[in-house]
Design a protein around this ligand. Structure first.
Ligand SMILES: C[S@@+](CC[C@H](N)C(=O)[O-])C[C@H]1O[C@@H](n2cnc3c(N)ncnc32)[C@H](O)[C@@H]1O
Length: 185
């Protein structure tokens, strides 16, 4: 596993995670629509500057909630600047976690882990904790990038999720990426 500074997407690159071209290639509403219902509580793990968080908050509506979790205060700050003074602020909780512990007790219906699992050194520990955070039948959507994450590494990730008590439900198509939906057993 690489050094932390080589592994984790730096705050200086936050701008590249929220561009028009990405919005066109990875339309958040289109990707997330099959998994979100109004009123849900969703945890956006490794939310970065909130490319998916904002869409999630719009989709869960006024009775729903999004917990935006990131390791880097700077990423949470970028998201905060985006939502401050808007209605979305009432439905998004920002939570700074530790590298090896999310540390959030409230139960959620769905966890989104977009481009983050490969940045986490102990994936088994991560999935064990996610299993405790998800409600019964809760789902976990993992999307990993094409070049950083090999087919073999992705298969190993899924194996660790299985060990923690998740069963594969489907492999959604997310252009060029590797994606899986798992359900808590
Ligand atoms: C490549 S960015 C992806 C951001 C966002 N999910 C997106 O797709 O736009 C990865 C994010 O995961 C965060 N991250 C890395 N390790 C983490 C950990 N152990 N727990 C929570 N967040 C982490 C990084 O700080 C960074 O903001």
């Amino acid at each position: 596993m690489n050094k932390r500074s080589e592994r984790i997407c730096p705050v200086e690159k936050a701008g590249s995670l929220d561009t028009k071209i990405r919005r066109w290639l990875q339309n958040p509403h289109k990707i997330l629509r099959p998994y979100i219902k109004e009123g849900m509580t969703v945890l956006d793990l490794g939310c970065g500057p909130g490319f998916f968080t904002v869409a999630l908050a719009q989709m869960v509506g006024k009775n729903g909630k999004v917990i935006a979790v990131d390791l880097q205060e700077g990423m949470l700050q970028k998201l905060k600047e985006k939502i401050i003074g808007t209605e979305l602020e009432n439905h998004i909780t920002l939570h700074k976690c530790e590298e090896d512990r999310i540390g959030f007790k409230e139960k959620v219906d769905l966890v989104l882990a977009f481009y983050v699992v490969h940045e986490i050194p102990d994936q088994q520990n991560l999935f064990n904790e996610l299993e405790t955070i998800l409600k019964p039948n809760g789902k976990l959507l993992i999307v990993e990038p094409p070049f950083h994450v090999s087919k073999k590494a992705f298969a190993e990730t899924i194996k660790k999720a299985n060990t923690a008590g998740f069963t594969e439900v489907e492999r959604p198509k997310v252009l060029f990426n590797k994606a899986v939906v798992l359900k808590k057993n």
